[in-house]
Write a protein that binds this ligand. Sequence first.
Ligand code: ADP
Length: 332
Amino acid sequence: MSENCTHDCSSCGENCPSRQQPQSFLEKTNDLSHVKKVIGVVSGKGGVGKSMTCALLAAASQNKGNVTAVMDADITGPSIPKMFGVHERARGDEFGIYPCVSKEGVQLMSMNLLLENEDDPVVWRGALISGTVLQFWTDVIWQGVDYMFVDMPPGTGDVPLTLFQSIPLDGIIVVTTPQDLVGMIVSKAINMAQMMNVPILGIVENMSYLTCPDCGRKISVFGESVVDSIALEHNIPAVAKVPIDRNLTLAADSGKIEEVENNYLSDFFDKIVAELKDKPLATAHNTKKDKEFLQMFCGGLKIVAAIYIGCKFNVKKASYSQSAVDFQMPQC
Ligand code: ADP
């Protein structure tokens, strides 16, 4: 042990025999799961096209011959199954939950695949949402997946924080639109990823422009593009600009996102794959100190909420039957 030892290995540069490795808080997958690379798709706020980006990336990946999966962690706004035209309920047995599979073979798990009625709203507090979304990682049997895309909940709140901590993300892709305000908000998401030590693989500016159907000129509907300056500022290697394209909306709404002729993110996906080759395998993203701080912070919030509302959180695990997954709405 060094003479100056403070017992805080996370801030010490000494190479002494009693050095402790940062403790991993990553959750294990189901024993039957195999997932090679996990990529989070994040945005600073909702409605910027994060799910669209996630779906296009998954479609591009599958189209290039990779076994691909999408974990829809946007529990309160789950739009992934609809985009892929999947409306059946997930099935499960004593080994775990089986993902639904799209027409082209993309494995999917989403809150909407567990609800009896896909129009049912999910009106839960953060703790319940985090618990459920983690089960998508720990209980679902993901089969031989090369690339998994996680449609993260928007913003920098409790649920994305839990996911950053618990799932071994190999990197994230940030989605933004050209508005200044969103540029500011997206910087928060980028800073959060950097705080959690998750590499930012690329940034997508969605609704970047509109192509005039008559003259082919690009019109910047939401103002001039901000993505290049954000990428430069944060040293983000891959950049893509996706236009407003009615064909994308139509394909998403009719469950045919895999059939879009012009997948604007096909080349971007190749750049991401190249980026991932240079990255070490995802390991622990947080030290014990970070975890304790986050737990204290979240615990404090829960206590305050419980005092005000007189409500006790109780996360019930999903129970599985032989047929469709019998998902029980947690009681508040
Ligand atoms: P988020 O996941 O960020 O909340 P979505 O991906 O669900 O946003 O997109 C919101 C809506 O905008 C959806 O109806 C989607 O089909 C549409 N949309 C997203 N990106 C585009 C685009 N580039 N062109 C046309 N429509 C788009």
